[in-house]
Design a protein around this ligand. Structure first.
Ligand code: ADP
Ligand code: MG
Length: 410
């Protein structure tokens, strides 16, 4: 291990710990330690599979990968979080096959598979992970795991991948190997976010812009409220919403819902009302109608543009109502919220927050709450009390400090 002078005390301690654990597991020192963060999405939800806009920021919570190359074509992975009963999983690279249910090891194995399938000269490796990203909380621990792995392999094998390419290959691992049909946002956030910024990403052409988001400087805080409700139940609903977006785009004769300009939304909704089997939404199963799904995506893209305009104007406070409007749209039109997320947003508003919304795919996971720094503790207490009064599991609440994307620590 080389020196850690350039690191924060926390990163240095965690890098050392991860390297020590690697040594215990594999009996030799790692070649390096890499980190990739979890994320929250500030605005732009369920837009990334509609060629639309997203705006994630990286959390200070990271997944660390200590890694060393191997010359025998074997991949060994081990996680400090006890996944897979704390066992080391050993796989032959040339035997990796998509969609074989490899449990958690499918994420790192999928990354090695995606890199090799892209023709990149990746050989074997030993990897050990230590993570502070809450798992299954909608904060994208899966992308953190994938991107930490991809960056480690990129460095170990001198691949020279751009960050965006790295994110695309990590997404391919999750889509094609693990079998989760996620968009490109999470991996791009983990790979490309920078300290003190939210990342504007146009998911059509992958154009990016780092938008300054100086919460502390403006006396603001962004809280994450992890509802502790696992979002796995939403898998079927996610696929169903994607299919509905595609149906809406077809009915409107556009390639993707991104192509419906906000100014043309009224005409688009009229057109759908004339063709939709159940105009106005309400499929009887609690799911939305096509018009409602289209309205969410088109207005959500618009909200992303408005959030950027306000941040560029130095008016971070003014994004609050846009966050809350985004939540209403996800709850009422897209119908991917749940009681706990709605309660977090409602209690935050009642306690004087500037704005709040669910973040991530929905059906559980986390909400974000924008508050004056001076109100942050009181708002957190009010949300916790509201959960207790409703008989819900106590939420986990912590600040989302816009942090750095993936990087090599040592
Ligand atoms: P999210 O990405 O929102 O946290 P996912 O269900 O997409 O939730 O991904 C969580 C899965 O990713 C876990 O069930 C586990 O398989 C894997 N995972 C994430 N982080 C780790 C880790 N540090 N060690 C082992 N597996 C992990
Ligand atoms: Mg995930």
């Amino acid at each position: 291990m080389t020196d850690t002078d350039h690191l924060t005390a926390d990163d240095a301690a965690r890098a050392r710990h991860t390297a020590d654990r690697f040594r215990e597991v594999y009996g030799a020192a790692p070649a390096g330690v890499w980190a990739a963060p979890g994320r929250v999405n500030l605005i732009g939800e369920h837009t990334d599979y509609n060629d639309g806009f997203v705006m994630p920021l990286a959390l200070p919570h990271t997944t660390l990968a200590a890694a060393a190359p191997r010359t025998d074509g074997v991949l060994r992975v081990h996680s400090g979080d006890g996944s897979g009963g704390g066992q080391t999983v050993e796989l032959r690279l040339d035997a990796l096959r998509p969609a074989a249910d490899g449990g958690w090891a499918g994420y790192p194995a999928g990354v090695a598979w995606a890199l090799r399938d892209a023709g990149l000269p990746v050989g074997g490796a030993d990897l050990h992970y230590e993570s502070t990203v809450p798992v299954g909380a909608g904060l994208s621990s899966s992308a953190a795991l994938e991107v930490a792995t991809a960056l480690a392999l990129d460095d170990l094998y001198g691949l020279g991948l751009t960050r965006q390419r790295l994110a695309q290959l990590a997404q391919r691992a999750e889509n094609a190997f693990v079998g989760v049909p996620c968009g490109i946002m999470d991996q791009t956030a983990a790979a490309c976010c920078t300290d003190g910024h939210a990342l504007f990403l146009d998911t059509r052409d992958l154009a990016q812009r780092q938008v300054p988001f100086d919460l502390a400087g403006e006396g603001l805080r962004l809280l994450v409220v992890d509802t502790r409700v696992k979002h796995e139940l939403g898998d079927g609903a996610y696929a169903q919403r994607r299919a509905m977006c595609e149906r809406g785009a077809r009915a409107l004769g556009v390639h993707a819902l991104r192509d419906v300009p906000y100014a043309h939304l009224p005409e688009a909704l009229d057109k759908l009302a004339a063709t939709d089997e159940e105009p106005g939404g309400g499929k009887g199963d609690g799911g939305p109608g096509t018009a409602a799904v289209v309205r969410h995506v088109v207005t959500e893209n618009r909200r992303v543009e408005e959030v950027i305009a306000r941040l560029d104007a130095g008016e971070a406070r003014a994004i609050g109502p846009l966050l809350t409007a985004g939540h209403a749209s996800l709850r009422d039109d897209f119908r991917v919220s749940c009681a706990e997320l709605d309660l977090a947003v409602e209690a935050a508003g009642a306690a004087g927050a500037l704005g709040a919304r669910m973040t991530g795919g929905g059906f559980g996971g986390s909400a974000i709450v924008l508050v004056e720094e001076t109100d942050a503790d009181a708002v957190a207490v009010r949300i916790t009390e509201a959960f207790a009064a409703a008989g819900h599991t106590a939420p986990r609440i912590f600040p989302a400090v816009p942090s750095a994307g993936a990087r090599r620590l040592v």
